[in-house]
Design a protein around this ligand. Sequence first.
Ligand code: SF4
Length: 448
Amino acid sequence: MNYNRMRVVEAMKLKKAIQAIALKEAENPGEEAEPPSSALLEESNAPAPSLLFPELIQFPNSKPDRTFLKIGARSLQFQRKFFPLATTADWNSWEWQLRNSITRWQALQKVLQLSDDEVRAMADESGNLPLRLTPYYASLLDANDPLQPLRRCVVPVTAEHLISCGEAADPLGEDTHSRVPGLVHRYPDRVLFLVTGFCSTYCRYCTRSRLVGDQNKRHLNRDQWDRALSYIEMNPDIRDVLLSGGDPLTLPDSSLEYLLSRLSRIPHVEFVRIGSKVPVVLPQRITHALVNLLKRFRPLWLSLHFTHPDEITPETAQACERLADAGIPLGSQTVLLKGINDSVPVMKKLMHELLKIRVRPYYLYQCDPILGSSHFRTPVEKGLEIIEGLRGHTSGYAVPHYVVDAPGGGGKIPLLPDYYQGRADGDVLLRNYQKKTFRYPDAEGTQP
Ligand code: SF4
């Protein structure tokens, strides 16, 4: 069979696969669709045209959004080198990115010079979280440096298999506060709704690694969504719903529309938040269609998950610009990670870059003690040192709240350096960012 003929056969098989998925979705509207990647890979056994990635399929399955995106120089170079048959439209298609995600170390080895430790970690598949990263995010990794911050975030190492004292699969006790599957009701007025267990890229330090990535339980079906929605409907105290997972923005537009429209019809739900890393690891997903959909359900807030300034690329900036232009407020949540972002200069740069793309730094999280996380965790003093290095030394907007999520379900506890230094003669003693002490004539001290 010549090469062109192979492409035609491949395209026909893919078309059949897509029709089968569409049919399945039409027949079972209650069932969440599989991510395009796995569904299509299972359906097609035809030889793929890439020599470097013979196991991957190089054809798009949807109309690309041609207005998106300007590809950054680094990604462009990567795409030309490792996906030479992919068109710009392919690369800009989020389905193509998911379908061609790297999920096996043998594929990762083709784009990175893997260390022995990384290979050992991935060959031993007993870890919590499988491997998965989009070609886009892979393009940001340093091929030769296993200690590069972004690479450490997504490439497993053997330290993941070491369980240290105090670590737990569910350190925040989310499962014990789960009233119906997928719904965590810890605070009286708000709920965490885990709508999917799938992410386009798995972070090695993920708090929910017990839930995400598991082939058997990664998808909540619509019956489970409906049970959670009914719970919200029946509890008038709930005014704020956070959609999380997994990553909600990996769901198809139709599923997001279903969830958001159901929530918008509940009178006591004042607004919805979505927690997502998609604009960072799969910015191609932020299509005009998605933005227009989200816009219909304002007030809607997005909590984005940024880790390092190197994640802020032309693509990510464009994705955030689209969302911000649509009137969707963007906040960032960053996990403090040893050797990745645990210094004042790196954190300050990240916060400054976020403000430039209209994302407000919101939380700086102490890394949760999930199983096998000791190589990521810093002492709490490190977080305080970073806040001390930001507050007063840069714009207030660039200073996030540093919080520890209390083990066992105690909620977020904010931590601040000791700016309050007590009282003297009725005055309050306060320390400023330059470590100078000032007296404040407090009301209690000045009253007759
Ligand atoms: S994007 Fe969030 S939920 Fe998904 S793996 Fe990363 S930290 Fe976990």
